[in-house]
Design a protein around this ligand. Structure first.
Ligand SMILES: [Zn+2]
Ligand SMILES: [Zn+2]
Length: 136
């Protein structure tokens, strides 16, 4: 859905469509109505990660997220400054965009992956390693 200030909480930095608020256990994040990317203010991603069932906020498919993953020149939806592409310190195959002052943007499927840090991820990282080869 095209971004409309009266309906949406934020404009998606990736595809430009509107984002809507999604609340889980008292933590509210923003999810894009089109590409299903997720915006986390400050440390919301870390907070949500520790909650049971929080992967349900990440309702988009990793395949859909992957289509947008290559689009990396995005600006922070809060301050409009260019965001930095960062890979997760523990899960190198997960890349997300960061505004040091405002928060994190993840493509659909990335939060579920980020949350389920486990042996499979470790294994996958060892086998595949580079970013190009981990397309879901
Ligand atoms: Zn979007
Ligand atoms: Zn910002």
């Amino acid at each position: 859905m095209e971004f409309n200030e009266s309906v949406h909480s934020l404009k998606c930095p990736k595809c430009g469509h509107g984002m809507e608020e999604v609340t889980h256990e008292g933590i509210t994040i923003d999810r894009c109505t089109n590409c299903r990317g997720l915006w986390f203010d400050a440390d919301e991603a870390q907070q949500l990660r520790s909650l049971p069932d929080s992967a349900m906020v990440d309702s988009g498919s990793a395949k859909e997220g992957w289509k947008w993953d290559s689009r990396v020149d995005i600006n922070c939806p809060r301050c409009n400054k260019p965001m930095e592409l960062t890979s997760d310190a523990k899960q190198k195959h997960i890349w997300y965009e960061v505004c040091p002052e405002h928060g994190i943007f993840m493509d659909a499927g990335e939060f579920s992956d980020f949350k389920d840090e486990n042996l499979l991820d470790w294994f996958r990282g060892v086998i595949k390693g580079s970013r190009e080869t981990v397309c879901p």
